[in-house]
Ligand binder design. Structure first.
Ligand code: ATP
Ligand code: MG
Ligand code: MG
Length: 380
């Protein structure tokens, strides 16, 4: 049986690798080149999108910024999961905030901006420093501005006005201002919901970002109240969207209170550790959910960290000499800052994980792999 994945990057690749064990075959739709490809080998299939839809038992997506015509075609087939509404919500911060309000899940105070006066009102209401984000198309911290003083207003407004003007009547662009949250740390919850509404949720992940991009995740530190808070938010949001598949929610932890930053209606970079930290990875569980199969365990087997490999031409092979390290390479063309692969490292205890991160820090230079040494030291 085939599963069609919209998008042909590393997430489709890892879904495909995990689907193989289930005797499922992933066809990936390369949206830019309008081609159906094998996301592991890159081989092009001589199939149109319509043919691929007809030949698949389920359709899903590895990203949320999908062209409207493609989304409509997949949706009309009746086998698109998690569904057009979930994808549209994850791809538009205004829709996302409205969903959070409906689900009664807390997020940063915000204000929508479509003209300059709204921007000035937001500064008065939310106060500076303030984060301003494009509602559509942002990822890895792109399409964002930090407003720190009134001196920034004219320059930032000029850039914002250009973005707003680039929208069309069919797809109007919008912008959202958010209060800058003085968080203690960032965490995320990844969970999966099947076609009958049953949910399984992975343990909370602590995430470190560098220049807006995820650089390191760690799982196995959380217990009790904070996990329950995240699970409540997950259940409320997944229920509101009648969600099927893996859903990720990013939070700011402000003195033990979780505020949602954003949601991702798909497998997520902060869930890559599940490949080695759990019996069933987020990729396999997503495949199981969309194919209508029973879900696998989301319990933590052992504390696990994930280190992103950004912009490198290869993963330093010496990391493989550290025990319980697994490297994952995406076989993409190297570009500065681009997500090229990741390294998972597991251990029997957090202390031992800290020691292994210390060993990895001797191999991985701090400027390319920030936070490995410091995180290791904190765990020991
Ligand atoms: P992703 O690749 O995760 O989809 P993105 O481009 O959608 O990234 P966000 O997650 O919205 O961007 O923001 C990137 C980072 O910027 C956050 O992880 C956080 O560190 C910081 N940030 C965003 N919004 C706020 C806020 N309101 N207050 C404080 N920091 C923020
Ligand atoms: Mg995002
Ligand atoms: Mg984010």
């Amino acid at each position: 049986m085939n599963i069609l994945v919209l998008g042909s990057g590393q997430l489709a690749r890892m879904m495909s690798l995990s689907a193989t064990h289930l005797d499922l075959h992933v066809l990936a739709y390369d949206v830019a080149n309008k081609q159906i490809i094998n996301p592991v080998t890159g081989q092009i299939h001589e199939l149109s999108l319509t043919e691929a839809i007809a030949q698949s038992c389920a359709i899903t997506a590895e990203f949320e910024h999908i062209p409207a015509d493609v989304l409509a075609l997949c949706s009309a087939s009746g086998k698109f999961y998690p569904g057009a509404e979930a994808i549209a919500t994850g791809g538009d911060r205004a829709k996302e905030k409205a969903l959070l309000d409906t689900a009664s899940v807390r997020c940063a105070p915000y204000k929508l901006i479509t003209e300059k006066q709204h921007f000035l009102d937001a500064i008065t209401e939310l106060a500076m420093p303030m984060v301003v984000k494009t509602c559509q198309a942002g990822y890895d911290g792109k399409g964002q501005w930090r407003v720190k003083s009134l001196d920034d207003v004219d320059v930032i407004w000029a850039e914002m006005a250009e973005f707003l003007a680039a929208g069309s009547e069919l797809t109007p662009h919008s912008i959202i201002a958010e209060k800058m949250i003085p968080f203690d740390r960032e965490v995320s919850i990844i969970g999966v919901r099947d076609r009958n509404g049953q949910c399984k949720i992975y343990p909370l992940t602590e995430n470190q970002h560098t220049n807006g991009v995820l650089t390191l995740s760690i799982a196995g530190k959380e217990k009790g109240a904070i996990q329950q808070q995240a699970e409540r938010a997950f259940n409320a949001i997944a229920t509101c969207l009648d969600y099927v598949g893996v859903l990720a929610i990013e939070f700011f932890d402000v003195q033990g209170e979780l505020l949602v930053n954003e949601i991702a209606p798909r497998v997520h970079n902060s869930g890559h550790w599940t490949q080695q930290g759990c019996h069933t990875s987020q990729f396999e569980n997503h495949m199981r959910a969309v194919a209508g199969l029973p879900l696998g365990s989301t319990e933590l087997l052992r504390p696990t960290a994930m280190i992103n490999v950004l912009g490198q031409h290869q993963i330093p092979q010496a990391v493989l000499s550290v025990s319980d390290v697994t490297s994952h390479w995406y076989a993409k063309e190297a570009k500065a800052g681009r997500k090229m692969g990741h390294i998972n490292v597991s251990a029997s205890s957090l202390h031992s994980l800290g020691e292994k991160l210390g060993e990895l820090a001797d191999i991985l230079p701090e400027e390319s792999f920030p936070g490995v040494l410091a995180t290791g030291q904190q765990l020991i």
